[in-house]
Each structure stands twice: as structure tokens, then as C-alpha cells.
Design a protein around this ligand. Structure first.
Ligand code: TRP
Length: 332
């Protein structure tokens, strides 16, 4: 009897793909919800961490000024905060035409009812197919790990689903099913009004906020429901929530002191201002230096185009063969 042929499971080399939309002012919600984790991951996966600036995605909502300035702002901020271009590949989504090519092919596999569960389908077609483009970002690079961007869990689930459906249809383990790496901060960084920090909510604290305005914003932090004199529970206050995020150990100690009545609210406010300055101050000079040297930032993005396109081209060429699009022989 012929031996049963054993199918070896395909081992995909580990590769991180993460993304963020261009935005003109980078706030600490972006930092704790995305940038921080991306920068940490590039030390864990040096050379195999890909960070894309999702400018095509941002066309679904933003005007041209935001797309243009926001792209440079994101790139500048990543580099200022320590993203090492030798370890992470920072690039623009719209520089990689293979991604949109793949997005079409994948769209032909995505079921409408899957998209309807998660997409904004009462607006534009772009918003509706947004998750398919995101799947193409990840799968074009055969990404195996996707750090969970703010509120992106269902898009990553869809990516896994598309990869699975594709693999089943074409009967091979072609795409990896990327792991959704949850960010412990999750999706909620409170803004100055206690609601989720979001540019459109006008409740943000900038990563490089100037000292005066930082102080004013911290002094004006809204408590969640209660006034300082009504509660000594740190969990009731945006102030302590932010402190726990920026300086977890100090946040714990101060929270307890506040609970025990040993310190007042003002002291915790001063600590938060200090903690933010300690966290981001050291990068400020680099940030201004890069702001004055946009050519350097553009060059980093430009130099990565060839590398990313090379990987994506290989994937898409294979995909074209599988789906029946290769014709001339030289693409075989
Ligand atoms: N949609 C993501 C966001 O708005 C950005 C994004 C685009 C992304 N493509 C991606 C994130 C691929 C991770 C992987 O935050």
C-alpha cells in the first residue's frame, strides 16, 4: 500500500503588518493605542515589521489637506519617537499599487453579508469595501501578526476569514491567517472630557503639546461623573486613568495616596504634567529637527517603496496564477 502522503503545515516566516491613517495632529490616544505597540514590536521583529500609512483608507473620510499633511506628520512622529528605519519598514499604502490589485481580487471572495456586519455601508462604496483593502494590506505582505489598531478587531477577523476562504477555494495554504495581537490598552484612551480621545471630539492631548497648553488641559480635565470633592476613588477620574497609562507605577502609588487622603487633586495633576513631559520631552528635539528636514522623511518613505512592492509583487503574481489570470508564460 502506498504510504499516506502527509501534508506538512506551511510555516510562514513571522512578519508584522500594522497601519495607521494619516492625521494632522498626533495625540496620546494614537500613541498608546497604536504607535507605542508598533515601535515595541519592531524591536521584537527587527526587519520584519511593516508599518503602513493608510492614505487610501483616509480618502474615505478626509480632505486632501489632511491626507497630505497627515502623512508627513505621522511619518515624522514615528521617526521622532524612535522608529528605526533599519528595523521597521515605514511606507505609504498608495505607493504600493499591488495592494489595490489584490484588493480587487480579494473583493471577489468577500461575502457581502460578512462586510455588512462590520462596514459603514450607508455612505460610500470606499467605506464599504474598506475592510477588503485592509485585508489586502496584510495579505499582500503575508503578514502573520497584526497588532490590533484601535477598533480594528473585526477588520482583522475579516482578513483571517478572507485568507481562509481563499485557501480553501484554491486548495492550498497560500495566505497565513494573521494573528490579532491585542493591545492591552485596548481602544480606549480617555480624552480631556472623559470620552474617547479623538481628533473630531476636540478632546485631545498632543504628543508634543506645548507646556502651557498641556498644563491648562490637565487642569481642566473633566471627571467622569463625579467632582473631586465627591469621590476619592481614582477610578472615577480621567486624571488618574491617564496617569495609570503614562506612568503606571506612579499612577498606582498616587492613586492610593489620593484614596487615603494623603494628597490633593492638584498634586496628581502636576504629576501627570511631569509624567507626560518625561515621556515625550526627550523626543521633542528630534521631532523639530525632522520637521525642518521633510526631505529626509520623504526619502525614508520613498526608499521603502521598492522593498515593499517587491514582496507584494511576488504575492500578487502567485495569486494571479491561482485565480487564472496568468496568460503569457513569462509570468509562470
Ligand atoms: N484601518 C486601520 C485604522 O484606521 C489602518 C490600517 C490600514 C491597518 N491597513 C492596515 C492596520 C493593515 C493594520 C493592518 O486604524
Amino acid at each position: 500500500m502506498a504510504p499516506v502522503e502527509e501534508k506538512n503545515p506551511v510555516i510562514y516566516p513571522p512578519r508584522v503588518v500594522s497601519g495607521i491613517q494619516p492625521t494632522p495632529v498626533i495625540h496620546i490616544g494614537h500613541y498608546y493605542g497604536a504607535l507605542k505597540q508598533h515601535i515595541e514590536l519592531h524591536h521584537e521583529y527587527p526587519g520584519q515589521t511593516f508599518v503602513l500609512i493608510a492614505d487610501y483608507h483616509s480618502l474615505t473620510r478626509q480632505d486632501s489637506e489632511v491626507v497630505r499633511n497627515g502623512t508627513m506628520e505621522i511619518a515624522t512622529t514615528y521617526l521622532a519617537l524612535g522608529l528605526d528605519p533599519d528595523k521597521a519598514v515605514l511606507y505609504r499604502q498608495s505607493d504600493i499599487p499591488e495592494v489595490t490589485e489584490l484588493a480587487w481580487i480579494l473583493s471577489c471572495q468577500v461575502r457581502i453579508d460578512e462586510l455588512k456586519k462590520i462596514a459603514d455601508f450607508d455612505k460610500t462604496v470606499g467605506l464599504f469595501v474598506y475592510p477588503a483593502l485592509m485585508a489586502a494590506d496584510i495579505l499582500a505582505l503575508l503578514g502573520t501578526v497584526v497588532p490590533r489598531a484601535i477598533d480594528q478587531g473585526s477588520n482583522i477577523e475579516l482578513t483571517r476569514e478572507v485568507a481562509k476562504v481563499f485557501n480553501e477555494k484554491y486548495e492550498q495554504d497560500f495566505f497565513p491567517l494573521p494573528e490579532n495581537r491585542v493591545n492591552m490598552v485596548g481602544s480606549f484612551v480617555p480624552g480631556t472630557d472623559g470620552e474617547k480621545m479623538h481628533t473630531e471630539h476636540h478632546n485631545t492631548i498632543g504628543v508634543f503639546e506645548r507646556f502651557d497648553s498641556l498644563r491648562t488641559k490637565i487642569a481642566g480635565l473633566k471627571t467622569t461623573g463625579k467632582k473631586p470633592e465627591e469621590s476619592r476613588n481614582p477610578g472615577d477620574f480621567t486624571l488618574f486613568k491617564l496617569l495609570a497609562l503614562v506612568a503606571p507605577e506612579r499612577g498606582l502609588v498616587l492613586g492610593k495616596k489620593y484614596f487615603d487622603g494623603e494628597i490633593g487633586y492638584g498634586e496628581a495633576e502636576r504629576e501627570l504634567v511631569n509624567a507626560l513631559q518625561e515621556q515625550f520631552g526627550p523626543y521633542e528635539e528630534k521631532y523639530h529637527q525632522l520637521k525642518n528636514d521633510p526631505d529626509f522623511v520623504r526619502d525614508v518613505l520613498r526608499e521603502n517603496v521598492r522593498k515593499v512592492r517587491g514582496i507584494a509583487r511576488d504575492t500578487v503574481d502567485e495569486v494571479r496564477k491561482l485565480v487564472g489570470l496568468s496568460l503569457y508564460g513569462d509570468d509562470e
